[in-house]
Design a protein around this ligand. Structure first.
Ligand code: SF4
Length: 320
């Protein structure tokens, strides 16, 4: 995907650099858009004279601002997410990368998949400006669309992999506008509703059923029930750091007779966990990470799921 599909707000960026007399700026792009990083860097340097440093580290979410790069630049532009984790007072600017692509055709395909007459309408920040248009198109098709308020995010109807509060509306289905399966899988899992995912870029429609997703988590928790030792993972990315929760979980685990250890990591990957001789891992970083590890040799469960293992939460209350 090229720079034409998104609004990179380059004029705004160049103006900010000039107004603040920034001599060195950082650019942090999500994985899929690193391919256009060189193009953007060279335009910025040509038009402002500022030296650009590109972040080569991972960039998976709004939680993932490159703090080390931030320390050595005058301004840091983080692309693809909205400000969510209170970076407002710092020198980080969020470029939301709003989509320039129309939604009418993909929405018509999605409408054909709806079973009921009421649907919760949500989107990633890239498409959140298209939700009102989507609501009108749905009304023309005889469907009532509800755009819910988000508790923590900037826009109504906006969802993040760890914040689906705008999807909690009184409709039995959810229509998601955005790319990939990360958000719709999470919506199905946490909201317990059928999700119709419509991707305006690829024009693809995918359906995600809650029972399929929940079954995978029940299996992971079931595998952790026999653990005698656990590693409690602390994410060191700025928006994922949760030391207090990790320390409290370790104490609870010890109280229940388990051996429990705190493990801090910048990148939580299967390879980084392999060497630790424990029976299971409990993740306190990105709450969605455990879902990526369903095929890992040892179970990785979330903090909430660990409460089931500890006997402090009923299975039925897992998604409350
Ligand atoms: S914590 Fe996870 S889901 Fe939330 S923004 Fe970060 S990467 Fe995305």
């Amino acid at each position: 995907m090229g720079t034409n599909s998104y609004d990179f707000e380059l004029d705004k960026i160049k103006e900010l650099i000039k107004n603040r007399d920034a001599r060195r700026v950082g650019l942090q792009l999500p994985e899929g858009l690193k391919t256009v990083a060189i193009e953007i860097a060279s335009e910025i340097t040509k038009d402002t004279g500022a030296e650009v440093i590109l972040s080569g580290s991972s960039c998976f979410g709004a939680c993932d601002v490159d703090e080390k790069l931030e320390r050595i630049v005058d301004l840091l532009f983080h692309f693809g997410h909205s400000d969510t984790f209170s970076f407002k007072k710092r020198k980080v600017f969020f470029i939301e990368l709003r989509s320039n692509v129309g939604i009418k055709s993909v929405l018509e395909k999605a409408i054909a998949e709806l079973k009921g007459d009421c649907v919760g309408l949500v989107a990633t920040v890239q498409h959140v400006h298209a939700l009102e248009e989507a609501k009108i198109l749905l009304a023309h098709a005889g469907k009532r669309a509800v755009i819910g308020k988000s508790k923590n995010l900037k826009y109504d109807g906006q969802v993040l992999g760890c914040d689906f509060s705008s999807a909690t509306v009184p409709c039995d289905e959810i229509l998601f506008l955005g790319s990939g399966s990360f958000h719709p899988i999470g919506l199905a899992l946490y909201e317990g509703k059928r999700v119709i995912a419509a991707d305006p870029f690829t024009m693809q429609i995918n359906i995600h059923e809650p029972d399929e997703q929940r079954k995978k988590r029940y299996i992971a928790i079931g595998r952790a029930l026999d653990a005698k030792s656990v590693g409690i993972l602390i994410g060191q990315k700025c928006g994922q750091f949760n030391l207090n929760e990790a320390a409290a979980l370790r104490l609870k685990a010890v109280h229940k007779g388990l051996d429990a250890y705190l493990i801090a990591l910048e990148e939580i990957t299967e390879a980084n966990l392999l060497g630790f001789k424990v029976d299971a891992f409990v993740n306190t970083a990105c709450p969605r990470l455990a879902e990526d590890f369903v095929h890992f040799k040892k179970p990785v469960i979330s903090a909430t799921e660990f409460e089931v293992v500890l006997g402090e939460r009923d299975w039925e209350d897992l998604w409350q």
